[in-house]
Design a protein around this ligand. Structure first.
Ligand SMILES: Cc1cc2nc3c(=O)[nH]c(=O)nc-3n(C[C@H](O)[C@H](O)[C@H](O)COP(=O)(O)O)c2cc1C
Length: 200
């Protein structure tokens, strides 16, 4: 499978079978996903990897029992694995305080960063993870944490400076329970609408 194949084959999967992932596969996917570029080679993305009871705990803190009934994607809850990539902001401050980065003036405060590169890098890793999941014949869905980032951080004892861009659900797609999002109806914008050759 080429990168082009993986990009065109990938669609968000919101319905999974309860089949567990092969032993060690998730660690292997994360190991390869962490090869994405990182600002200053900080390598400041760390991954909360959840399977089994960890997945149940994730849903317990992000989706209250009384909201389950009306949750539009019950098949998402069946995903056997969840991965939350966290950008470790402190690592970026430390790295940019080093002598060969200090000229950027970003080593003192996260407020100085026009773009919080820990989020950029975490998003890159999340995308790589999704492509690798597709390559492995799995389904995946990146979804937002909305107001639950803090609750997830507390439950799983994530360090204070860490920020999450979202969560990647990974598993075996269940075509019989497939249920799409309303967003799927939106067609792909034509290339000439998004490609601005030489200027807007
Ligand atoms: C930043 C971001 C946040 C997203 N949040 C959600 C979400 O909370 N729930 C969900 O079902 N899908 C979510 N998605 C998936 C998008 O809805 C999906 O990528 C989009 O509709 C295009 O469909 P496709 O992934 O099948 O190509 C998110 C995607 C991105 C990139």
């Amino acid at each position: 499978m080429t990168v082009t194949d993986a990009l065109s084959d990938r669609r968000s999967c919101r319905s999974f079978t309860d089949q567990q992932l092969a032993h060690g596969l998730l660690d292997d996917l994360v190991d390869r996903a962490r090869r994405t570029p990182t600002a200053g080679n900080c390598q400041g993305v760390e991954f909360l990897v959840l399977e089994g009871g960890g997945v149940a705990d994730y849903w317990n803190v992000t989706l209250a029992a009384d909201r389950r009934e009306s949750f539009p994607w019950p098949g998402l809850l069946a995903a056997p694995a969840l991965v939350v990539p966290w950008g470790m902001a402190d690592r970026y401050l430390d790295r940019y305080a080093e002598s060969n980065k200090a000229r950027a003036g970003l080593g003192d405060s996260i407020g100085d960063w026009p773009v919080p590169y820990w989020l950029t890098d975490a998003a890159f890793a999340a995308m790589a993870l999704q492509l690798l999941a597709v390559e492995a014949g799995l389904g995946c869905c990146f979804f937002g944490l909305f107001g639950h980032e803090q609750a997830v951080a507390e439950r799983f004892e994530v360090p204070e400076s860490a920020r999450a861009v979202g969560t990647v659900a990974i598993g075996h797609p269940d075509p019989t329970r497939a249920r799409d999002s309303g967003s799927v109806e939106r067609g792909r914008r034509p290339l000439d609408e998004v490609l601005h050759r030489g200027g807007w």
